[in-house]
Design a binder for this molecule. Structure first.
Ligand code: HEM
Ligand code: HEM
Length: 201
């Protein structure tokens, strides 16, 4: 298994890979948690619901810090080329989807933070420290930010579904190196490692 930390022209390095998969897991937890907590009844569950929202907010702030780190690493590092032989529209589509994912990873925590500021709720990191407000206390913007945060969440689900389907299509149908480039070397076998015809080396 390769332990190269930095990207190279053909594949992602360990830092990008760890950030990609840890963030994918964290965002999955945040989306499931967010959709679950807004559906929790208030009566009788008050304390549980408040605690779940507090954890959602603190994990959302970790996601914000992680995406900032990831962006800093991306601009300071080589960007691997896409696999060879992709039609031009797929090259454009892949990069556009990646940029949209970065935009959503930034916009979601920022609108969540903005929502709390507009609603007059402090944003605390597990009760250790409070963050400053990033917008004025305002009921109209509070209600707007809830709707915007919700639709950004739905957009994230849709774009990730497209992104994951494309990655799996490359791996299982086109049998190229797309998914292996985002995984520590040697841990995912590609089509090339599975000879389909007898006698193929
Ligand atoms: C990447 C980070 C985040 C993701 C993916 C995310 C996702 C979600 C989702 C899917 C919902 C449910 C929306 C609905 O179905 O109505 C939600 C609700 C909520 N989120 Fe986030 N969130 C993130 C970060 C944050 C942050 C940083 C905060 C605050 C500091 C926050 C505060 C809230 C609150 C208060 C709700 C409940 C809104 C309501 O009352 O309807 N979120 N979030
Ligand atoms: C919340 C979930 C996810 C997010 C936010 C996400 C985000 C991203 C982003 C932004 C990139 C571009 C990295 C860069 O160039 O800087 C990327 C690349 C990649 N992702 Fe994801 N991803 C997610 C889930 C997944 C899943 C579930 C799969 C596989 C089934 C996957 C497979 C890949 C692959 C193979 C690449 C490399 C594409 C290439 O450059 O050839 N991702 N992802």
């Amino acid at each position: 298994m390769s332990l190269a930390l930095a990207n190279d022209p053909r594949r992602y390095g360990l830092v990008a890979i760890v950030l990609h998969w840890c963030m994918a897991l964290l965002l999955l937890v945040l989306v499931v948690m967010g959709m679950y907590m807004v559906r929790m009844p208030d009566v009788g569950y008050d304390q549980v619901k408040i605690t779940v929202i507090l954890v959602h907010k603190a994990l959302g702030l970790i996601a914000l810090a992680a995406v900032l780190l990831r962006l800093a690493w991306r601009v300071g590092n080589l960007l691997p080329q896409l696999v060879e032989g992709l039609p031009q529209w797929q090259q454009v589509a892949a990069r556009f989807v990646h940029l949209s994912l970065y935009a959503l990873m930034l916009a979601l925590p920022l609108t969540g933070w903005w929502m709390s500021s507009a609603g007059g709720y402090p944003v605390t990191f597990f009760g250790w420290f409070d963050l400053p407000d990033i917008g004025p206390f305002n009921d109209y913007w509070f209600r707007m930010s809830i709707v915007i945060h919700r639709w950004l969440g739905y957009a994230l689900i849709a774009v990730v579904a497209l992104h994951a389907a494309a990655a799996l299509r490359h791996h299982w149908i086109k049998r190229d190196d797309t998914l292996r480039r985002m995984w520590p070397r040697g841990m995912v076998r590609s089509g090339a490692a599975h000879p389909t015809k007898p006698g193929t080396p």
